[in-house]
Unconditional design. Structure first.
Length: 370
């Protein structure tokens, strides 16, 4: 196995390097899974985890996520070194999920969510539509990623062979080092899945191109782009292009205390509605604004309320949008205010829990010493 070594470069008076020592493997093993659940970006950028230790026909699946392009991703996590048995396990899990139709997959994920630091998802198909602006209309062939604290040469060779054989499988290792009481974590992509020949993956660039074409064909360009700029600025949100519109994300704290981007508002296009744009306030956006009655009070009563708690309204012309801007300014301000209030409440709640735990520890210590 290749050895990973790290040095600190010191430029005080003269240039020198200080080697960093590897931490004890056992301490990092205990923390690794919790670290990755709270910070999924260490695995993949914009990854959203939807399952942890979920039961399958082949046993409990370590981590299940959806990447930025809407593809299901299976993670097999070994707290120690990866071996060939891990390859068999992840292929087993991936093949099980690949056989589920969308409804079965939705039930599988929804029924097992809300545990072990994973967000509760009431209906995965609805969640997927809202997050990615497209429906999950056919069985998924998931991407497979092996993760561990090192890997033996046999396993690396097997995974490399599978990746070269057009299997969507990757291998990531983490290495921990200690420096002045700090633990530094290094990530190494050992084997990367290659793009399959003759296939086109859904990417942010591809989404943007398809969206701009749809904006042109539906003849909404004279106000859609103005609306997009308005919501991005008013919400100070991360803007993600789907093929049917933009989604606007704000960071929220999950049950585990980690930050994750969540969609609050979307601008949607429908091929059957020429010249129109839908403003969709997602359930968390409705809640942040103070509820559906607050939305109607702030921006008119032309909202369609859905069973899942979202609210939608169609803007039919540039003139209507111009007349509605001031009302939407109030609505966006209410959403942002509600979002900030919720974050502050969660932060204060965490601080109270921490203070309570510290107080218990002090009382316990005092009783022992007395």
């Amino acid at each position: 196995m290749k050895e990973i070594r790290v040095w600190q470069v010191v430029t005080d008076n003269q240039l020198s390097v200080i080697p960093l020592e590897s931490t004890e493997q056992t301490s990092t093993e205990r923390l690794l899974e919790d670290i990755l659940v709270q910070h999924p970006d260490l695995l993949l950028k914009d990854l959203q985890l939807v399952g942890r230790q979920t039961e399958t026909a082949g046993g409990p699946l370590d981590l299940l996520g959806v990447n930025a392009d809407g593809q299901l991703v299976v993670f097999e996590l070994k707290r120690g070194r990866l071996t060939r048995e891990a390859v068999a396990q992840i292929v087993d899990y991936g093949s099980y999920l690949a056989e589920l139709d969308p409804e079965e997959l939705s039930s599988h994920i929804s029924e097992r969510s809300g545990k072990c630091g994973i967000e509760r998802i009431a209906n995965f198909l609805t969640w997927y539509q809202e997050e990615f602006g497209k429906s999950l209309s056919r069985p998924q062939k998931p991407s497979l990623i092996l993760v561990g604290l090192g890997v033996d040469d046999t396993t690396r060779r097997i995974v490399s062979f599978l990746a070269e054989s057009d299997i969507d499988v990757s291998l990531i290792t983490f290495h921990a080092f200690e420096d002045a009481g700090r633990i530094l974590l290094a990530r190494q992509l050992e084997v990367e899945a290659k793009p399959l020949p003759g296939t086109s993956s859904i990417t942010k660039e591809g989404n943007l191109k398809a969206l701009q074409e749809r904006i042109g064909s539906l003849q909404v360009g004279n106000f859609y782009n103005d609306m997009a700029g308005f919501f991005q600025k008013s919400l100070s949100a991360y803007q993600w292009p789907n093929q049917t519109g933009y989604s606007y994300y704000l960071p929220e704290l999950t049950e585990s205390g980690s930050a994750a981007n969540r969609v609050f508002v979307s601008l949607n296009l429908d091929d059957s509605r020429q010249g129109q744009t839908q403003v969709l306030i997602h359930p968390r956006g409705v809640e942040a604004a103070g509820g559906s009655e607050s939305i109607s009070r702030l921006s008119g009563d032309r909202w369609e309320l859905r069973q899942n708690g979202s609210a939608g309204r169609w803007i039919t012309s540039a003139q209507e949008w111009g007349e509605s801007v001031s009302a939407f300014e109030q609505l966006c301000a209410a959403i942002v205010a509600g979002w900030k209030k919720k974050r502050e409440q969660l932060t204060n709640s965490e601080m109270q829990v921490t203070a309570g735990e510290n107080e218990k520890g002090e009382l316990s210590t005092g009783a022992t010493s007395g």
